[in-house]
Design a protein around this ligand. Structure first.
Ligand code: R5P
Length: 286
């Protein structure tokens, strides 16, 4: 593997333990100002120091994330349909590799729609993106989108979609957790990361993360189950305790409750970025 590609991957999947905590905030690309992500900067800022990488679009990156903060970026580069449109699977690559390089990203992400109307276009786009990004040593994360049909999230379907993504050259695959998740992981020759999916009670979301890691996922790329929680910072810290800290669900949930009890000032402090100190102009002595 090329040095640059390896280096970028290691910003996302931490070499110390081979695990990853990604924060997904790309939802606006088809959902618009979805609940709790209405003002992206407000949602993202307190969570930044607890995630290993951030998954988002170039628009939110440029407008809502401080360029001085050293967070690895996984840039969503596909899109083209909305939740009120006719077909969510009608996506194309919307952001160039050149612009991704300008943004100094660590990986690119795009959705594939296996079994949907635009399956062919999304898979060919994945192949093309891997070709193009590969020229510059940039890894590609394929997201196995399920559109509006949530029922499709079983091991048979997700194994098929993840395996196809890997066959097309994706370096990592992001998918949904399901029963028999080992089947999905074992038949996919590249690292598998789980999405959180729709909002669950905190303990259930921690269970989902724990079970996925136990089944062989290298990490999580969670969105709604973090920032739609009433306590986003305690929630991401509890997820982190599972992924990197080897905590079980009870331990992580107790940790979550402890952090909640400590209160919002402890947990929701805006990220401080070291800015050059302003020196007060000296008063002239009369
Ligand atoms: C969906 O296509 C987006 O890529 C999200 O990043 C993904 O669904 C993960 O977010 P959540 O944990 O909210 O499902």
């Amino acid at each position: 593997m090329d040095w640059g590609l390896q280096n970028r991957l290691s910003r996302i999947i931490k070499p110390a333990d081979g695990k990853a905590v990604m924060l997904a905030v790309d939802h606006g690309y088809f959902l618009g100002p979805t609940e709790s992500l209405e003002v992206p900067r407000k949602t993202i800022q307190p969570l930044l120091k607890y995630c290993d990488s951030l998954m988002l679009t170039r628009g939110v990156l440029r407008t809502s994330v401080d360029a001085h903060f050293p967070i690895p970026v996984v840039l969503r580069v596909s899109g083209g349909s909305s939740i009120i449109g006719e077909d969510l699977s009608n996506e194309k690559i919307t952001t160039s590799v050149k612009d991704a390089i300008r943004l100094n990203v660590s990986a690119l992400a795009m959705s594939i729609f296996v079994g949907a109307k635009h399956e062919h276009d999304s898979l060919v786009s994945l192949g093309n993106l891997v070709n193009e990004a590969g020229e510059y040593g940039i890894p590609v994360l394929a997201v196995t989108a399920v559109g509006k049909e949530l029922k499709k999230r079983d091991a048979r379907y997700l194994s098929l979609a993840c395996r196809i993504a890997a066959e097309f050259g994706a370096h990592m695959v992001k998918t949904y957790y399901c029963d028999d998740f080992e089947k999905v992981v074992n038949s996919c020759p590249v690292p598998v990361i789980i999405a959180g999916g729709p909002k669950l009670a905190e303990k259930e979301a921690l269970e989902l993360a724990f079970n996925a890691i136990k089944a062989g996922a290298v990490g999580v790329d969670m969105g709604r189950n973090i920032w739609q929680s009433d306590h986003p910072v305690p929630m991401i810290r509890a997820v982190r305790a599972i992924v990197h800290g080897h905590q079980n669900v009870t331990q992580a949930y107790d940790f979550f409750k402890k952090l909640v009890k400590e209160g919002p000032t402890q947990n929701n402090e805006p990220q401080k970025v070291n800015k050059p100190k302003k020196t007060k102009p000296k008063r002239k002595s009369k």
